[in-house]
Design a protein around this ligand. Structure first.
Ligand code: NDP
Length: 686
């Protein structure tokens, strides 16, 4: 296909259900190792308005699905893409990535989809929207209250992504978007766009997603940002300069369009004062790893390494020795441990940044002026750059080391003299994604964490104990917040369900308890109840009705109950067993064990014979509200609160669902003495 640069293959965009190439020559993307031209990227002439209309159509289909349906869709997508992973590995070689680098991008991306899918199935009920917080009563008689409801925004999420992780960077944003019920338009960075496009093409062709859920623009966004409205969302990862320009877009201001930004971050690693040899070895290992993985082109990579001045020489020689073993070259070659940068453009950028840094710091190794060995056929054609360590003797007088992000295998060592000085120096980075603090096991770093945390989105505390299983400085994880204040963009991504909620509108809904029950498909206090002659534990999943209540028989608690329970459980706590001490206690007399009350409640509400109830698998929100004294009479209200069908893993599995029951144990004065939810597995008819 490649005949010459003028007739270069153009990367197509997926626009309104069609694969279309833009007009004009576009921007040429070259192979990071060989410099050979690969493809051109242009979106010139592609119309954005129909793209938005198509996305909104996809949004309707997504919003109509429940969380569990969206989560299963995501899981199927992850399985489908995983089956094709070798195709993506083959393409990623052109970006200069080693197999290990690509693993983070490709399999790390798919793992994010899997993780998000199970997170949502585990934590959210099977509804199209999300209900937050418990019922908040707002009236004296209990007839009026509120809950927060989150609904999918009926707009489009536009994701403008960086070049360094074309797949992971796309999927970590896409997973929460689709789970929230929003469609996405992806704008990958031009370098590496082929990878994002290949994954997206595979996703679209799989037919797993509804039409319009996913589109991609290879090239510029044309007038897309001008056409966005109040229900749309934009995320951006890349340089601070571009991010700040985009954030000031008048249309974002006009419509209050949420704009999440993740940009340049001058991340730190800190060796704590007094740390010993083992901690120093960990510190050096972490820095070297962050410099060489993906040739240092990671938003989380360590750019500043702070070392107590008295330990500088030891750290310096250990780091240089370790980096001396790095083999730079074509990742396809055996023994190569670090590939080139993603593009010649990026190479020029890193050279310029190191130039800026070297005005205030001494180059200890690497740098573009030092010749270095490259394992490649024609090294001069690739974007190769050596691991480069600088040393800044006077970090207080050197602003460049705190505000320059050389997006490559570059790190600066910074000596410090006291913890107060350290905190001040770290803060000069003006906000970062992550910092690692490395210390000896047992050392107390509380004060350091207190001063560093406000400047970071994540802190990685590394000592010889955590090192055994640590996921490392540089790995954003689906459950944890990724993003940081200030220079890092001020945005937050991932962080478990927080990211899903970002694509939904939170609305406070005020109503009667009954209307809220109907709306949220879950019973809340004060909502109507109904009683049936048939015990609820004799009913199959489908037959149970939300709000169905069992009012049990009563039981008077006797001294024998308390003594027997104490002997059975071995719990002879004075409040139950010592008449004198109990009289002096806050209860004024002996009281029944809370666990006895819970056990006796079960004795009152269960139906003992075999039936559709498979198991009781837990209890939530248990509170003992009033003491139960000897002679008190208790009674239980058991109310069907919520039902969630469990998807079958295998066709031969028993059909079943989870039922949450609200339990109120009351005394003879109608006071609630214990309140909790129990969770049961109930067999379904089909
Ligand atoms: P850019 O900010 O230039 O690009 C980031 C994304 O924004 C790309 O998809 C780019 O598309 C797009 N973009 C650029 N201009 C516009 C615009 N006017 N409207 C809409 N989209 C636009 O960053 P680079 O990718 O070129 O990287 C440059 C530097 O950014 C790196 O050297 C590094 O310092 C930093 N960076 C930081 C990252 C982080 O997470 N902290 C990640 C990646 C980079 P296109 O590629 O087509 O121009």
């Amino acid at each position: 296909l490649i005949k010459g640069e003028r007739t270069m293959e153009k990367l197509k965009s997926y626009v309104s259900g069609q694969w279309l190439a833009g007009s004009g020559e576009g921007r040429l993307v070259r192979h990071a190792v060989t410099g050979a031209p690969l493809y051109a990227v242009t979106s010139e002439g592609l119309e954005m308005a129909p793209m938005l209309a198509y996305a909104r159509q996809g949004g309707k289909a997504l919003a109509a699905m429940s969380f569990h349906q969206r989560a299963m869709m995501l899981k199927n997508l992850a399985s489908h893409l995983t089956a094709q992973k070798e195709d993506f590995y083959a393409l990623s070689g052109a970006t200069g990535a080693t197999r290990k680098d690509s693993w983070i991008d490709i399999e790390g991306g798919f793992a994010t989809l899997f993780t998000y899918s199970s997170l949502v199935r585990r934590e959210l009920s099977d509804e199209p929207f999300l209900v937050e917080d418990a019922w908040t009563p707002l009236s004296r008689k209990g007839g009026f209250g509120a809950r927060h409801v989150l609904t999918p925004k009926p707009g489009v999420a536009v994701h403008i992504n960086a070049f360094n992780f074309p797949i992971w960077g796309m999927l970590e944003k896409l997973a929460p978007t689709l789970l929230a019920g929003m469609p996405a338009i992806i704008k990958p960075a031009t370098d590496g766009a082929r990878l994002a496009q290949a994954v997206l093409q595979s996703a679209v062709e799989s037919g797993i997603l509804p039409a319009g859920a996913l589109q991609i623009i290879c090239g510029g966004v044309n007038d897309l940002l001008d056409l966005l409205g109040p229900q749309d969302v934009v995320t951006f990862t890349g340089s601070a300069h571009t991010g700040q320009t985009l954030r000031a877009h008048p249309n974002f201001n006009r419509h209050s369009i949420p704009f999440t930004m993740e940009a340049d971050s001058v991340n730190s690693a800190i060796l704590a004062e007094g740390a010993g040899d083992e901690a120093i070895a960990l510190f050096v290992r972490e820095i070297a790893r962050e410099m060489t993985v993906k040739a240092g082109q990671k938003c989380t990579a360590i750019r500043r390494a702070f070392v107590p001045r008295c330990q500088l020489e030891q750290v310096k020689s250990a780091l240089l020795a370790r980096l001396g073993k790095v083999v730079v070259g074509d990742p396809a070659r055996e023994g190569v441990t670090m590939g080139p940068l993603a593009s010649l453009r990026q190479l020029e950028d890193v050279k310029a940044r190191v130039e800026q840094l070297s005005a205030q710091a001494e180059i200890l190794c690497g740098g573009h002026l030092t010749p270095f060995e490259v394992q490649a056929d024609e090294p001069e054609k690739g974007a190769f750059y050596p691991p480069t360590v600088l040393l800044c003797h006077q970090p207080k007088e050197s602003p460049a080391v705190h505000n320059t992000e050389a997006f490559g295998p570059v790190c600066t060592l910074l000596p410090y003299d006291s913890e107060d000085e350290l905190a001040e120096l770290v803060a000069r980075g003006e906000g970062s994604l992550v910092a690692s603090v490395v210390f000896d096991a047992g050392q107390d770093v509380t004060a350091l964490v207190g001063s560093l945390a406000p400047w970071h989105g994540r802190l990685h505390l590394l000592d010889p104990i955590s090192a055994e299983e640590s996921t490392g400085h540089g790995s954003p994880l689906p459950h944890l917040v990724h993003g940081g204040p200030g220079r890092a963009g001020g945005g937050q991504e991932l962080g478990g369900l927080r990211a899903v909620k970002h694509y939904m509108q939170r609305t406070a809904v005020q109503s009667s308890p009954g209307a809220m029950s109907q709306l949220t498909h879950s019973w809340n206090p004060g909502a109507p109840v109904q009683q049936d002659r048939v015990h609820p534990f004799r009913k199959y999943f489908e037959e149970l009705v939300i709000g169905e209540r069992l009012l049990t028989a009563r039981r008077t608690v006797t001294e024998a109950d308390v003594v027997n329970f104490a002997c059975l459980s071995g719990d002879h706590f004075y409040a139950h067993m010592d008449k004198v001490a109990a009289a002096e206690s806050l209860f004024g007399e002996r009281v029944a064990h809370g666990y006895f009350v819970v056990s006796a409640a079960a004795g009152l509400f269960v139906d003992a014979a075999p039936g559709p109830v498979i198991a009781n698998y837990g209890m939530e929100g248990l509170r003992f509200i009033e003491p139960v004294k000897i002679g008190d009479t208790i009674q239980v209200e058991l109310t069907c609160k919520q039902k969630t069908r469990k998807p079958k893993r295998n066709p031969e599995d028993l059909p079943q669902g989870v039922v949450v029951w609200d339990i109120k144990v009351k005394n003879q004065r109608d006071q609630v003495v214990a309140s909790y939810d129990i969770l049961t597995l109930i067999e379904a008819r089909d």
